[in-house]
Design a protein. Structure first.
Ligand code: NAD
Length: 387
């Protein structure tokens, strides 16, 4: 099959296995060239197949020789349809890990379910004994709880609707978009899906099963961003969920701290991933941010962020550097005053005519296509491949 990108709005419905493998190779190369990480050696990554979770897994495996067990929710290929990129990424990661003598297994299923938790626990018991780290990097649109209720997360504001400039990705124009306000029910549902409840369920299940090592680190990922995007992010439904995630972190430290657990929330940089490109208004901010951070030589992708998180912050000795609210700040470069001042200056000037000049739309699209395994100059996309 010759596989070409099929892009619709903010999603590509095809993925290229060779291109996804190329993206894995490049991330491994980055990690192996950038020094060792002195971290835990038996790691469970929830949300391990794309974006920040995948980069965490690669950094901890190839920069730290960790055994990694991954959980993801991805679709296999069929006769007519390619697999999702996370599926191809995982196959390529496992192949490389095994070539390097590293244990790497992945469970493809719903991380919210008890069934997947049970599968993970038996795999740990059978092959790892205990684990000493859990990376919680889920970005999910819905969650079905044990009583059969399905909650759907929404990206809406709280209180007032919000109108701002928006980049229409399909035709490169700037128009205004209005984000509607969420109902109480939608806020609660978003917290159920993207808050900390399931993270806590995981820790509890692992602890009850006796598979947590006596010294144990867990980290979940969050985002705050600039005031400009507060109505849609930090003060919106997703922001509420992220505040719940932080409360959960504090609760985990209280409940399990005495038994050797350390929980953290790392606030990461804004980056194009499958979930973030679905948030309205935010892609324009991303592409301006890319331009500014690249011009200032401060730009990082997921792998650079995760390598720096583990090497320079989380496992660089104690105490782990935290801000006054207790967060690890991997958005430290994004939030530098000189970066934000320049971004806001551009934001006020940007329109359809100067979009390509003032924002790094090409960089945005390059990251977007790379996520699905396309646009790598050293991959032959005319060649027949087995999906
Ligand atoms: P992503 O879409 O690239 O990855 C999501 C992962 O979750 C994938 O591995 C997917 O398979 C998995 N997943 C989704 N639903 C699942 C389910 N039900 N069961 C098992 N696995 C499931 O997302 P990302 O952007 O890397 O986000 C990861 C975390 O990082 C999120 O908490 C997000 O809020 C946070 N974050 C993202 C950004 C950003 O700009 N992308 C910035 C800061 C923080």
């Amino acid at each position: 099959m010759i596989i070409k990108p099929k892009v619709k709005d903010f999603i590509c419905t095809t993925a290229h296995p060779v291109g996804c493998a190329e993206s894995i190779h490049r991330q491994i190369e980055y990690v192996t060239e950038n020094g060792r990480i002195n971290g835990p050696k038996r790691v469970l990554v929830i949300g391990s197949s794309t974006g920040y979770g995948l980069a965490s897994r690669i950094a901890l495996a190839f920069g730290n020789s960790a055994s990694t067990l991954g959980v993801m929710f991805e679709r296999e290929a069929t006769e007519k349809r390619t697999a999702t990129p996370g599926y191809y990424n995982t196959v390529a990661f496992e192949q490389e890990a095994r070539k390097n003598g590293l244990y790497a297994k992945s469970i493809n299923g719903d991380a919210f379910s008890q069934e997947v938790k049970d599968q993970v626990i038996s795999e740990i018991k059978e092959n790892l004994g205990t684990i000493d780290m859990l990376v919680y990097s889920l970005a999910a649109p819905r969650r079905t709880t044990s009583d059969g209720t399905t909650y759907r997360s929404v990206l809406k504001t709280i209180g007032e609707p919000f109108t701002e400039k928006n980049w229409i990705l399909g035709n490169d124009t700037i128009e205004e978009a209005t984000i509607p306000t969420a109902t109480e029910e939608e806020i609660n549902a978003t917290v159920k899906v993207m808050g900390g409840e399931d993270w806590e369920d995981w820790i509890q299940a692992l602890s009850n099963a006796g598979v947590l090592a006596s010294s144990f680190t867990t980290v979940a990922y969050s985002y705050i961003g600039p005031e400009l995007t507060y109505p849609v992010y930090n003060h919106g439904t997703i922001g509420m969920a992220k505040k719940h995630l932080k409360k959960t972190c504090d609760k985990l430290n209280e409940s399990y701290g005495a038994s050797g657990l350390r929980a953290y929330v790392s606030v990461n940089k804004a980056l194009v991933t499958q979930s973030s490109s679905a948030i309205p208004i935010v892609p324009l901010y991303f592409s301006i941010l890319y331009r500014v951070m690249k011009d200032m030589d401060l730009h990082e992708g997921c792998i650079e962020q995760m390598q720096r998180l583990f090497q320079k912050k989380l496992f660089a000795g104690s105490p782990v550097p935290l801000d006054k609210e207790g967060y690890i700040r991997m958005d430290d470069w994004e939030m530098k005053p000189e970066v934000q001042e320049r971004v806001m200056e551009i934001w006020s000037q940007i329109n359809t005519e100067n979009l390509k000049e003032l924002a790094d739309t090409d960089g945005y699209w390059e990251d977007f296509y790379h996520m699905f395994g396309f646009h790598y100059s050293n991959v032959d996309y005319e060649k027949d491949v087995q999906p």
